[in-house]
Design a protein around this ligand. Structure first.
Ligand SMILES: C[S@@+](CC[C@H](N)C(=O)[O-])C[C@H]1O[C@@H](n2cnc3c(N)ncnc32)[C@H](O)[C@@H]1O
Length: 287
């Protein structure tokens, strides 16, 4: 489900745009793109899979003079194969139109990006100049064949030390993405830099430099956890949300919740709520 419910009105803030681009990855994109700009790294930005523009709007925020954002999405066009059509029907058809994307994007930027309304496979024709992009976001089909193609497009499009972010590399419902991503690592020279719950970040270039850039920020102070793993000899950072401490419950309440069947605990909660509303008992933390 998208993070916010689909809306037809013009979004007032970026969070109003429905989509799957969550705050941790927004922070990681912002940090990596700003660091590139601060270091004088120039290049275009490419997004495969934009939906209603939630991530594209942020990518557009980071364009410097002379740089171009290209987005590629089917929007309201037909998919090229049955499986992709099924994916579109299941997740996007009811809410997605190109005009809705455009309206959302123009709520935050004066000009639209370059829009390719087609399957991402068309980008294999070289219309994105080789070595022209500093950042590529791959977030389109979840099918292995498509993602493997998208990874190749990203590789060809990226500058030597450019970065790729690959969405849904570990979700239970997207094994094809996992297969394509780790295949690129083990047989295609892609080096992991950062893993978040939603996205894999990597480069075919200087992995140590990308890592240094990430470590310049005090993520922990901002409420994230930072961990480190070594995968086939490459050190990889992991960022996640810090989980809030569980709500403390009194021993008797804990025991009641553990022992009573769910229907009974629901009824107990309802009764307590009613009593509380009548100010008969003090509030207790909700489950
Ligand atoms: C998960 S959504 C993108 C979410 C968006 N990046 C965000 O953060 O809100 C996936 C998008 O990929 C598009 N898509 C699916 N298969 C595609 C294909 N073969 N070629 C191009 N776009 C495709 C869908 O239309 C949908 O808009």
């Amino acid at each position: 489900m998208p993070e916010t419910a689909p809306i037809s009105a013009v979004p007032l803030k970026r969070d109003d745009i429905p989509g799957w681009f969550f705050s941790l990855d927004r922070a990681a994109f912002g940090h990596l793109l700003s660091a590139q700009s601060a270091a004088g790294v120039t290049g275009d930005i490419l997004e495969l899979g934009s939906y209603l523009g939630r991530s594209a709007v942020l990518l557009g925020d980071h364009l410097r003079p002379g740089e171009r954002l290209t987005v590629c999405d089917l929007f309201d066009s037909e998919a090229g194969d049955e499986d992709n059509a099924a994916e579109m029907d299941m997740s996007y058809r009811k809410t997605l139109t190109r005009s809705a994307f455009e309206a959302n994007y123009l709520a935050f930027h004066r000009e639209l990006p370059e829009i390719v309304q087609a399957p991402t496979s068309v980008l294999a024709d070289g219309r994105i100049p080789a070595g022209s992009c500093r950042f590529v976001h791959v977030d389109a089909s979840h099918l292995y064949e498509h993602v493997a193609g998208d990874v190749s497009v990203a590789r060809a499009a990226l500058t030597e030390n450019g970065l790729v972010a690959l969405d849904d590399y570990r979700s239970e419902h997207t094994p094809g993405v996992s297969a394509a991503v780790w295949e690129a690592v083990f047989t295609g020279g892609l080096r992991p830099v950062l893993l978040t719950p939603m996205k894999f970040y990597g480069t075919w270039g200087d992995v140590a430099a990308a890592r240094r850039v990430l470590l310049e920020r005090d993520w922990q102070a901002e409420g994230y956890t930072v961990d480190e793993d070594t995968i086939a000899g490459v050190r990889v950072l992991r960022l996640n949300y810090r989980v809030k401490a569980p709500v403390q419950r009194s021993a008797s309440r804990r025991l009641a919740l553990e022992l009573l069947p769910p229907v009974a605990t629901k009824a107990t909660r309802r009764m307590l709520r009613t009593l509380r509303e009548r100010r008969a008992v003090p509030p207790v933390p909700s489950a």
